[in-house]
Design a protein. Structure first.
Lengths: 247, 208
């Protein structure tokens, strides 16, 4: 399930895939963070929680879904000035903060892919996949920047710093970044007030998911690491996870 | 954000992309469905076109999940998949079945009545055609959930639908990765499909 015939083909240029299962510092660090995240979110996931959440009737049902993400929204405004500084008390401030948070993540992803592509560590079809994904993140930046402009002040581009050591380490980091991105969008979706912004976020969310699944397969991991129900991540969790990558 | 705010070139492109793609999907699905003539899709049609309440939307999604589950678990066995295709189909079939169980539970808890599983007919004879249709079905699933998401009034259900659509997108990408199809067939923004578009794509596969 987690291995892939084509990834073996790609092992020739990058020599990467076999070694990906082995550790490196970044990966361990991320797994640790991911483990914490999943531990924290475990109670809110899975089939039982799904049904429990759905059963809480149409009026009171926001509480259970927002449970995972709401605390992050609050704490992050204190911890991350770059993503949320432009939030105001206006009605749309919640959406602006979310859009700016997403914009910040997309900036980082775009910068990451630029560095990866420039590194020369990848060739052939893997390089082509990475270029496609990087270009798509760039399109997300442009779209989210315009949405943020329409709501208020867009977040400034953070200056990213990414360890680029080996193909295996980079591929693993890319998978981690994309899985985190997918979880970030999933965590925010129920908090978005505008139906248009929600639709836009959903259209980006499933792209991050496609990227994540592909990179998981490239690195010999399950394309669905959470099983049948993907887990969300709160803003606080995500910002803590990307902090090492902001200069 | 007002509607005019969405007339950014980028977001307009999303529409153009999506329409192009859905036309493509519809064409393919209708062509395959034509083999079976007019299908008796009444329950699916009614749940689709009545998809206004949360329960309607869940029932619509449930029908799609039945379809996917049946496709992987029954058709996947019938065409004797092997290797990675078999592994993916087994895993994805199990996950789709969990979606069926979750949606059934959610509909009941919301006071609704889950639709019954229809009979399906998949015009698939071998691993290659199986994977091709799997790719189409998963992409339709992504579009269906993305399209329905903003209509859900319950935020809990939206969160649940989001956790499912992410898995559908991961399935679609995995099959693309395996077959060499486009990992992101809509480019940077996935298309939201309307119920009518989903119906046109999936309806021909439903026999009764």
């Amino acid at each position: 399930m987690t291995d892939h015939p084509d990834s073996a083909d790609e092992a020739a240029p990058i020599g990467v895939v076999e070694r990906l299962a082995r550790d490196d510092v970044e990966r361990k660090r991320f797994l640790k963070m991911a483990g914490k995240r999943m531990g924290a979110g475990a109670a809110a996931t899975g089939l039982a929680a799904f049904i429990a959440a759905c059963g809480s009737s149409s009026k009171s049902s926001t509480a259970s879904s927002a449970q995972a993400a709401a605390p992050g929204t609050t704490s992050s405004s204190a911890t991350s000035s770059s993503a949320t500084s432009s939030a105001t008390a206006a009605a749309s401030s919640g959406d602006l903060a979310i859009v700016n948070y997403a914009l910040t993540l997309e900036y980082l992803e775009t910068q990451f892919y630029e560095k990866v592509i420039a590194s020369g560590l990848f060739k052939g079809s893997v390089l082509s996949v990475l270029k496609t994904f990087g270009a798509e993140e760039g399109e997300h930046v442009v779209a989210l920047h315009k949405v943020a402009m329409s709501l208020g002040k867009p977040a400034a581009s953070p200056k990213g710093k990414f360890p680029i050591k080996s193909a295996s380490q980079v591929a693993t980091l890319a998978a981690t970044v994309e899985n985190l991105g997918a979880a970030a969008y999933l965590g925010q979706a129920p908090l978005i007030k505008s139906a248009e912004i929600l639709a836009a976020a959903l259209s980006i969310h499933s792209i991050e998911a496609r990227h994540a699944a592909t990179l998981n397969l490239l690195t010999k991991k399950s394309p669905t690491p959470n099983g049948a129900f993907a887990e969300p991540a709160t803003m606080a969790q995500v910002l803590a996870a990307v902090k090492p990558f902001i200069a | 954000m007002t509607h005019t705010d969405l007339s950014h070139p980028e977001l307009a492109d999303v529409e153009v992309h999506g329409m192009t793609r859905s036309s493509f999907i519809l064409k393919g699905a209708l062509a395959t469905g034509a083999v079976y003539g007019a299908s008796a899709v009444a329950p699916f049609v009614s749940s689709a076109l009545a998809a206004s309440t949360d329960v309607d939307i869940l029932n619509f999604a449930l029908t799609l999940e039945y379809l996917e589950t049946n496709f992987y678990q029954v058709k996947g066995k019938a065409v004797h998949l092997s290797g990675e295709a078999k592994a993916l189909a087994t895993s994805f079939g199990d996950e789709e079945a969990q979606h069926v169980a979750a949606l059934t539970g959610a509909i009941k808890k919301s006071g609704g009545k889950p639709v019954k599983m229809p009979q399906f007919a998949f015009p698939v004879t071998n691993q290659a055609s199986f994977l091709k249709l799997a790719y189409t079905l998963e992409n339709v699933g992504v579009g269906a959930y993305n399209g329905a998401g903003p209509s859900l009034t319950s935020k809990a259900l939206l969160a649940a639908a989001g956790s499912i659509v992410q898995v559908e997108a991961r399935h679609a990408a995995s099959i693309a990765f395996l077959t060499g199809a486009k990992i992101t067939p809509n480019g940077a923004f996935d298309k939201a499909l309307t119920t009518k578009q989903v119906l046109a794509a999936a309806g021909p596969l439903i026999k009764s």
